[in-house]
Design a protein around this ligand. Structure first.
Ligand code: SF4
Length: 361
């Protein structure tokens, strides 16, 4: 079994080497830009186990648990060792969190928002590149550094190598011989490991893959949603003889970024994000999302989709009725489950997943 470095140790080591750490809220942001400033991005998807009463003082109860938990974690001191907070405007809830942080909570760390365009037109790329230029200036002020164009390209190449390794993990996931949970523990270490460390780890896993993986009788499914938390869902699927063979998760498969095309490093970073896999939070039309899921099912043999959504996640919920109808019409069944990332996996959820697996077996 691969030894994945611990998140806290990774941050401490990076800071001991003279770097800074940025806590980054979901979903899309320019990792390479931060690394060019010797800043390690460490992502905050909740986390699941926090006392949410801290965040409850500022947020309505119908705001999702990712935002509730993140604010609570911050206020409880969980992000005290970070130097910067980066808040992409992924959705209304995160946009609201950015405003609350800047106007009311005023944490010790500087808070930098990023506005993401909801399209892929040339003007969307221009807009996002300008956002990254503004972020460059903010980071320059905080760090006292001004990375050269060469340094930006070096950081881009390092992240691309890590993304290539990530794509290879997905391509060979069956041959890796990892169960659902161990595969996602490995994939999700991309959320906090430096790109080069993740690349080494992924290559070590790939080096151990089986040449001829045995066939299994498990029911192949796609997992869609924001984040597989609580991660017990991955064990539950396995215990009920299911196997996640592909995903459309915001923290994982929706960030298999392609290469860019521009000769300007900041535009290149923008292109990588905007031309990534379909994602509702980047404004992908429903028909494109449906086509993507159908293609994933065809490529992997998945017999159904489990939409595993965070409760009150508006972007996901808006798409769901139409998206599921299109999949059903195309012969791909699905089930929708909503969870609070801080709650234990409800028994009722396990039963529904079990029933779904039986139906599509
Ligand atoms: S779970 Fe949904 S609503 Fe919550 S932060 Fe993520 S995208 Fe926004």
């Amino acid at each position: 079994m691969l030894e994945i470095p611990h998140r806290t140790d990774t941050c401490r080591q990076f800071k001991a080497d003279g770097g800074m750490v940025a806590a980054v809220l979901p979903i899309h942001y320019p990792r390479s830009l931060l690394r060019a400033f010797h800043i390690l991005p460490v992502e905050v998807w909740g986390p699941p186990k926090v006392d949410v009463s801290y965040g409850g003082a500022h947020l309505q109860p119908y705001v999702c648990s990712i935002v509730h938990n993140a604010l609570s974690f911050l206020k409880a001191g969980g992000l005290d060792e970070t130097d910067i907070l980066l808040v992409p405007h992924t959705c209304d809830s995160l946009q609201g969190l950015g405003s609350i942080l800047i106007d009311f909570v005023r944490p010790r760390q500087p808070v930098f928002p990023i506005y993401l365009p909801r399209g892929r037109r040339p003007e969307d790329v221009d807009f996002l590149a300008e956002e990254f230029r503004a972020l460059y200036e903010n980071l320059a002020r905080v760090t006292g550094r001004r990375p050269t164009e060469d340094a930006l390209w070096a950081a881009i190449r390092r992240e691309e190598a890590a993304d290539q390794a990530l794509a290879n993990l997905y391509r060979h996931r069956r041959a890796l011989g990892l169960g659902n949970r161990d595969f996602y523990r490995l994939v999700r270490s991309r959320e906090f490991l430096p790109a080069e460390t993740f690349t080494d780890l992924a290559r070590a896993a790939l080096a151990q893959r089986q040449a001829d993986p045995p066939r299994t009788d498990r029911v192949p499914v796609i997992l869609s949603g924001i984040v597989p938390e609580p991660m017990d869902v991955l064990d539950a699927i396995e215990e009920m003889d299911g196997e996640v063979v592909a995903d459309d998760l915001a923290c994982c498969g929706r960030r298999l970024y392609p290469q860019g095309r521009s000769e300007d490093p900041l535009r290149y970073m923008a292109e990588r994000i905007l031309f990534g896999p379909p994602d509702v939070t980047r404004g992908t039309p429903i028909e494109d999302r449906a086509a993507h899921l159908l293609r994933l099912a065809e490529d992997t043999g998945a017999r159904g989709v489990i939409f595993y959504d965070v409760k009150f996640c508006e972007p996901e919920l808006f798409d769901l009725p139409d998206l599921r109808r299109r999949l059903k019409d195309a012969g791909l069944p699905s089930v929708n489950i909503e969870v609070d990332i801080g709650d234990p996996l409800p028994h009722q959820t396990i039963t529904r997943i079990g029933a779904f697996l039986e139906v599509i077996e």
